[in-house]
Design a binder for this molecule. Structure first.
Ligand SMILES: *[C@@H]1O[C@H](CO)[C@@H](O)[C@H](O)[C@H]1NC(C)=O
Length: 360
């Protein structure tokens, strides 16, 4: 009897130990910072079900939709994958002026799917502050507040965050990173938005593209700096930090600008970043080698959890652009060549996102 008791106590203890160990391994393997953008400006995309299955075979743990396609939200149910949904710029005036519009939107696009579909963020509008539309700019914060209230009224206000996506061109100046500041004429509206981010714990979401930086300065040294390849770095004399890649420099520039406004604790999320694998003959930068170097280098950098020089020790949530090519996007060929996966669900190029090939 006593023997049995002690052995069951022992196995209980080893169970607890095993559980703790598995938990630890799980935390070590968690890559919740890797997300992807799922754009749908296309007429040839794989089905939502096939896409959900594809995502589950990768270490991508979050997906950002530009809208709120119910078929996709539903296909992602019970996968655990975090889902970011979007509200369009065109709806901002209605959200701002009519709390019931916001309530109906939440009741139609969130409530039927949550929590089976793990909706984590609602992005209200895209790059509104640089739209030049003053009406839209002043209505952005009231729109976000009405959506937050609508979430609060169905008890989801602390589970789903309300954010908006900003262009890097919000910065008047970005180099060196410590000197970065927002355009003075945007500081007032940003103060309101940052108060909201700070009060609700929602992220400040940005679209840094080292690719565009390279297009504006196409020296070999700049390319290496953008692609996480060996380079001599860029020195910030104020902080005495030698930046070794453009991604860190851009994210720390945003951090410095936030800090200068008193909001250094607001979380930064990279809503979009990427590199095209193909372009027209007159485009500088697109190639499979460059896209693989950038996205692969970025994944490695995020997985290292080194963080950025000003925000060490953790990786910012980063949504790669993009899951698939979007064949209906206008502009140069590169605009339709950001896809990480082909339409037959094979990889465009391998950056170690597949669970089966991933080395841990
Ligand atoms: C951010 O929120 C915290 C907690 O609510 C508050 O103490 C702090 O003053 C806020 N920061 C700013 C800059 O408003």
């Amino acid at each position: 009897m006593q023997n049995r008791d002690s052995s069951s106590a022992m196995s209980m203890l080893s169970c607890v130990f095993l559980f703790a160990l598995l938990n630890l391994l799980n935390i070590a393997n968690s890559e919740s910072f890797i997300g992807v953008n799922y754009g749908q400006v296309a007429d040839n995309l794989p089905s939502p079900a096939a896409t959900a299955k594809l995502l589950q075979s990768t270490s991508i743990e979050k997906v950002r939709l530009y809208g709120s396609d119910p078929a996709i939200i539903q296909a992602l149910a019970n996968t655990g994958i975090g889902i970011v949904i979007g509200a369009a710029n065109g709806d901002i005036p209605a959200f701002a002026s009519d709390p019931n519009f916001a309530k109906n939107w939440v009741n139609g696009n969130v409530v039927p799917f949550y929590p089976a579909s793990n909706i984590i963020v609602i992005m209200v509008g895209n790059e509104v502050l640089m739209s030049g539309d003053n009406n839209l700019i002043t209505q952005l914060l009231p729109a976000m507040k009405n959506i937050q209230s609508a979430l609060d009224s169905v008890s989801l206000g602390d589970k789903i965050k309300v954010s908006t996506v900003h262009s890097m061109t919000l910065l008047r100046q970005s180099e060196p990173p410590s000197s970065a500041r927002f355009h003075p004429n945007l500081v007032n509206v940003l103060k309101g938005l940052l108060d909201f981010n700070n009060a609700t714990g929602s992220p400040f979401s940005i679209n840094p593209y080292p690719y565009f930086a390279y297009r504006g300065d196409n020296r070999a040294e700049t390319l290496a700096f953008c692609l996480f390849q060996p380079n001599s770095g860029r020195y910030d004399p104020n902080t005495k930090i030698n930046y070794m890649n453009m991604f860190d420099a851009q994210v720390d520039a945003i951090h410095s600008a936030l800090d200068s406004m008193g909001f250094k604790n607001v979380e930064i999320v990279v809503a979009e970043t990427g590199w095209p694998y193909k372009g027209d003959s007159n485009e500088v930068g697109p190639s499979v080698d460059n896209a693989k170097a950038y996205n692969g280098g970025l994944i490695g950098h995020l997985r290292s959890k080194v963080g950025t020089p000003l925000m060490p020790g953790k990786s910012v949530d980063t949504y790669l652009f993009a899951l698939y090519d979007e064949d209906l996007k206008p502009g140069p060929t590169s605009e339709r060549a950001f896809g990480l996966f082909n339409l037959d669900l094979t990889m465009t190029y391998d950056i170690g996102l597949s669970k089966s090939t991933q080395v841990t």
